[in-house]
Design a protein around this ligand. Structure first.
Ligand SMILES: Cc1cc2nc3c(=O)[nH]c(=O)nc-3n(C[C@H](O)[C@H](O)[C@H](O)COP(=O)(O)OP(=O)(O)OC[C@H]3O[C@@H](n4cnc5c(N)ncnc54)[C@H](O)[C@@H]3O)c2cc1C
Length: 541
């Protein structure tokens, strides 16, 4: 890929390998543009591996009156279902109706009901099921740990869940299959122009320190919170993972946070064949972030916030010691130009996306949501086509992603949901070497073969790529993953040409990530990042 970047000439170079950049690369390649994508770290290393993993319209935004956003997101949800059926699963949600001091607020119950009718009409119904109200007994079956004395009834509705990092990967792969050049560990450091001001190329620097100009005619910056042409207000959101046995929720549940207007999602994760799960994650928070963009962390105040909500809604004892994993990400919210909103809570800022054309000709696309990536990409590439004076309509509405297909009856559900039609490649690896069929990390469903596949076929270049994004082991179980780190490094070393000292370095770097997470969980955000970071130009565009 690097050789192609150096040697070929492109119509478009995309900066950023998150969901937006991968979506743009696919859209552009599908329209026939000679396309390259450069990502300075790993695919999905930014916000796109740290979301709530919901492909949804967002009931909350409907309550904020943003009907158009919800309509568009629900339309896109349907497209992701069709185009990547292996990666997306229907996820039922429950909104419990709780009594307060023994009283049921009929007003609140009616408000939930009306909001869900609106959600269905706005497009929720496309999933094939409408919401319904259920009695307390049925609600308790969905989450037996809810306080039965306060549970009056519940509403059930339907959205979807997808592994965000794998969705990015499949987009990048599909783009590459359509001719795009995709390079990771390759950072953009500035646009190079001709004397007349037209774009001549993009200067990039690899992690090995090599710097060269990629020749191109147009540039899209899809750098999320690192966008420098647009005023971004980063909002931190955290998630906390606990063992499923502590919550025993069979579906996702929306719980209110005491003394706050927000609610949290309690989402089952890691399905087992018997219908139970290995873990449940809870999130997300939404707070202004003034620290360094490269270091969002789940801090002690975040953990307290999540635990406070859990304790108020779950009868089992759940404490800090029960937490097995955490993740924190930054929403790239576009700062409102509406002065009445400039001091608004980040939770109230719009999730709409923005395509911005700088005077220097660089197209920036940011904001938006995981769910709406395709539409964001379409808008950005439309702008590029205008600039290039080319015409070709968007082709991604019905473009199936790599790995999509009909699931054969004998496909292992875990492998299918992560690899789709390529699950046979993992099966083949295990057939040739049965030791690769053993778990990668004890207690988690990933196989050692999946780590090998990650470095041979999924562009994973480091230990963290394998343990945090190709598999999500770190997010499930930090302690177990840390224990497995050395054996995983030794497993992938021959494929990546690592010697013993490189294995040591990779293991040490991964341990450092774990240590940093653990240390951050002991201090508040204000203690971790006492001085606001200066937001300087980081994309170099
Ligand atoms: C806590 C949280 C929960 C969320 N939950 C949901 C959800 O459930 N559903 C939903 O639809 N949305 C959700 N979102 C929103 C969604 O995750 C984001 O909108 C989306 O992931 C942003 O993707 P992006 O590609 O724009 O940015 P990113 O994923 O951050 O990608 C930007 C990339 O640019 C790279 N980059 C930066 N500078 C350079 C450079 N100079 N050279 C090369 N590369 C560079 C970075 O390394 C990064 O990989 C959530 C967001 C957060 C924070």
């Amino acid at each position: 890929m690097l050789a192609r970047l150096r040697d070929e000439e492109f119509d478009l170079v995309v900066i950023g390998g998150g969901i937006t950049g991968c979506g743009v690369a696919l859209d552009a390649a599908a329209r026939g543009l000679r396309t390259a994508l450069v990502e300075r770290d790993d695919l999905a290393a930014g916000t796109s591996s740290k979301s709530s993993k919901l492909i949804h319209g967002g009931l909350r935004y409907l309550q904020q009156g943003d009907v158009r956003l919800v309509y568009e997101a629900l339309r896109e949800r349907q497209r992701v279902f069709r185009n990547a059926p292996h990666l997306v699963t229907v996820l039922p949600f429950m909104i419990p109706v709780l009594t307060k001091d023994g009283l049921l607020s009929r007003k609140i119950a009616r408000a939930f009901g009306s909001a869900l009718w609106m959600y269905d009409f706005t497009g929720g119904i496309r999933i094939g099921r409408v919401h319904r109200r259920v009695r307390a007994k049925k609600a308790l079956e969905c989450m037996p740990t809810m306080p039965d004395d306060r549970l009056a009834a519940a509403y059930l509705y339907y959205d979807a869940q997808a592994d965000d990092a794998r969705l990015c990967l499949e987009l990048a792969r599909t783009a590459a299959e359509r001719g795009a050049t995709v390079a990771t560990r390759c950072s953009s450091s500035g646009v190079v122009r001709r004397d007349d001001g037209a774009i001549e190329g993009l200067r990039v620097t690899t992690s090995e320190g090599e710097s060269f100009v990629v020749r191109c005619r147009a540039v899209v910056a899809a750098t999320g919170v690192w966008a420098d042409a647009v005023d971004i207000r980063p909002a931190k959101g955290v998630h906390v993972t606990v063992p499923w046995d502590k919550v025993r929720n069979r579906i996702a549940v929306v719980i209110p946070v005491p003394k706050d207007r927000r609610s949290l999602f309690v989402v089952p994760w890691g399905p087992r064949p018997d219908g139970t799960f290995t873990h449940t994650y809870v999130g997300t928070t939404d707070t202004d972030f003034r620290g360094p963009l490269d270091d969002p962390q789940c801090t002690s105040d975040d953990i307290e916030y999540v635990l406070r909500a859990l304790r108020a809604n779950v009868t089992t004892e759940i404490g800090r010691d029960d937490i097995t994993g955490v993740w924190a990400g930054l929403r790239p919210l576009v700062q409102s130009t509406d002065t009445s909103k400039s001091g608004a809570r980040t939770a109230d800022l719009s999730r709409r996306h923005l395509v911005h054309l700088s005077p220097d000709g660089v197209v920036t696309v940011t904001g938006g949501k995981l769910t709406t990536y395709r539409e964001m990409a379409e808008d950005a590439v439309d702008e590029v086509m205008n600039r290039l004076g080319r015409r070709s309509r968007c082709r991604t509405k019905r473009l199936r992603l790599s790995g999509a297909g009909r699931r054969p009856g004998n496909a292992d559900p875990h492998l299918w949901s992560r690899h789709g039609t390529r699950h046979t490649m993992i099966d083949d690896l295990v057939r040739r070497d049965p030791s690769l069929g053993r778990p990668l990390v004890d207690g988690l469903p990933y196989l050692r073969a999946e780590a090998v596949h990650a470095v041979t076929h999924e562009m994973a270049l480091g230990l963290d790529d394998v343990l945090s994004r190709r598999t999500r082991a770190l997010l499930f179980d930090r302690a177990g993953t840390r224990r497995a780190a050395r054996s995983v490094a030794e497993l992938i070393a021959p494929y990546l040409g690592w010697d013993v000292s490189r294995v040591d370095t990779e293991v040490a770097a991964f341990h450092e990530i774990c240590d940093h997470e653990e240390a951050a969980a002991l201090v508040t955000e204000a203690e971790l990042h006492p001085t606001p970071a200066s937001r300087t130009t980081e994309t170099g565009t």
